[in-house]
Design a binder for this molecule. Structure first.
Ligand SMILES: C[S@@+](CC[C@H](N)C(=O)[O-])C[C@H]1O[C@@H](n2cnc3c(N)ncnc32)[C@H](O)[C@@H]1O
Length: 254
């Protein structure tokens, strides 16, 4: 995936288009009159076969296979077009730049939040520390940690508007004065003042994120990734969390 020039969704769409043109050419050439669902299944099959020859990950094959048939099935339900427009805008506000970043919104478990508590600096009278969640989703981690360790400053950066607004409201209404969530790009945030940096993203940005953490974080500070490893970098500690996803926390000391 590292050598992929275009976002996977763009490649998948191009392949769907190619499959559609090929299937249509076949239908015209042999003067066939297939049922819409049969035509859609043919398109899906061709797109899935094409995908095998691209760097798309294997799970894309299921999407490629099901995409056109799902469109035909959905059209049969006569759903008003406004519904799709509404759904599109909601999805846009929730997933925003997932198309490019390859990092969708999915949330860590409460057990992960609890495991993170053990990596916060030891409490010292009159001293505070800074924790950042890079891609903070709905702000659950920040609020949980702010509840259990009141001596910390908790920052979140989130690029998707709706999750960011949601977490901002939760923080404001909950009166968590030591929490801040910022609508922006994690690549623009400065890690120099951070004691513990946390990320739960995807395999795609991990190498770049590691380079950023190495360049900006102070020696002795802690970098934690949930689930996704940094290629070629062994963590100093891994914590297996007993949650539904069998999450693993990978911990590095900078
Ligand atoms: C897997 S979720 C993790 C949410 C939260 N940290 C948690 O553990 O529950 C990743 C989040 O990162 C956000 N994200 C992805 N790329 C980002 C970027 N470049 N800058 C800021 N946020 C980003 C996504 O919108 C998503 O909400």
């Amino acid at each position: 995936m590292r050598h992929l020039q275009f976002p996977p969704a763009f490649i998948a769409l191009l392949l769907q288009l190619a499959a559609f043109i090929l299937a249509l050419t076949g239908v015209r050439l042999f003067e066939l009159k297939p049922e819409p669902i049969a035509f859609a299944l043919t398109c899906g099959l061709i797109a899935a076969v094409f995908s095998c020859f691209t760097p798309l990950q294997r799970w894309w094959l299921i999407i490629q296979l099901a995409f056109a048939p799902a469109l035909v099935v959905a059209l049969n339900f006569n759903i008003p077009p406004h519904f799709f427009l509404f759904a599109f805008f909601v999805m846009l506000l929730v997933f925003w730049n997932t198309f490019r970043s390859q990092v969708p919104l999915y949330l860590s478990s409460v057990k992960v939040w609890q495991a993170l508590e053990t990596f916060l600096p030891q409490p010292e009278p009159g001293k505070s520390f800074t924790f950042i969640d890079m891609g903070s989703g709905l702000g659950g981690i920040l609020i949980h940690l702010a509840n259990v360790r009141t001596d910390g400053n908790y920052k979140g950066v989130e690029s998707a508007p709706l999750p960011c607004l949601w977490s901002w409201l939760r923080i404001r209404w909950g009166g968590f004065h030591q929490c801040r969530v910022h609508w922006g790009d994690l690549w623009d945030c400065d890690l120099a003042q951070v004691d513990v940096a946390f990320a739960y993203l995807s395999p795609a940005p991990m190498e770049q994120l590691w380079n950023k953490a190495q360049a900006e974080m102070r020696p002795g500070t802690i970098f934690i990734s949930s689930t996704f490893n940094v290629p070629g970098q062994s963590p100093i500690e891994t914590v297996q969390v007993d949650d539904l996803h069998h999450s693993t926390l990978l911990v590095w000391r900078m």
